[in-house]
Ligand binder design. Structure first.
Ligand code: 5GP
Ligand code: ZN
Length: 105
C-alpha cells in the first residue's frame, strides 16, 4: 500500500524508534503517547482493519499479542492494556491493523 504510514514504517521509508522487529511484525512507540508507555505492534503485511481479516490472518494477530507480551516482559511492565480500534466508527485512524500497548509504568 503506497500511501500507508505503517507500511512505510515497516519498509523503513519513514523513521520510527523500532523497539522490536521480526519476520512478521514491528514494534515502535506511538508518536502521540496516551500513557507513560504507549507502543504499537504492526504486522508487516498490510491488512486494513480487523473487520477486513481473511483466513490465516488470525495467526498474524495472535503473533502481535504474543510479541506484545514478550516486549512487556522485557520492559518489566507489571501491567498494561492491549487494544485494537476497529473501523472509523471504533476510533481507528490508521487503516493498517495495529495493536496498542498502554501502561502507566
Ligand atoms: P488508531 O487511532 O488507529 O487506533 O491508532 C493510530 C495510532 O497511530 C495513534 O495513536 C497515532 O498517534 C499513531 N500514529 C499515527 N501516525 C504515526 C506515525 O507516523 N508514527 C508513529 N510512531 N505513530 C503514529
Ligand atoms: Zn499498510
Amino acid at each position: 500500500m503506497n500511501d500507508c504510514i505503517f507500511c512505510k514504517i515497516c519498509n523503513k521509508e519513514l523513521s520510527s524508534d523500532i523497539i522490536y522487529e521480526d519476520e512478521y511484525c514491528v514494534c515502535f512507540s506511538d508518536i502521540n503517547p496516551q500513557a507513560k508507555t504507549h507502543l504499537l505492534f504492526v504486522p508487516k503485511v498490510h491488512i486494513s482493519s480487523i473487520s477486513e481479516m481473511e483466513d490465516g490472518h488470525e495467526l498474524i494477530v495472535a503473533h502481535l499479542i504474543k510479541i506484545a507480551r514478550n516486549v512487556a516482559k522485557d520492559l518489566k511492565l507489571p501491567g498494561y492494556k492491549l487494544h485494537i480500534a476497529v473501523n472509523k466508527e471504533g476510533g481507528q485512524t490508521v487503516f493498517h491493523i495495529h495493536l496498542h500497548l498502554l501502561s502507566h509504568y
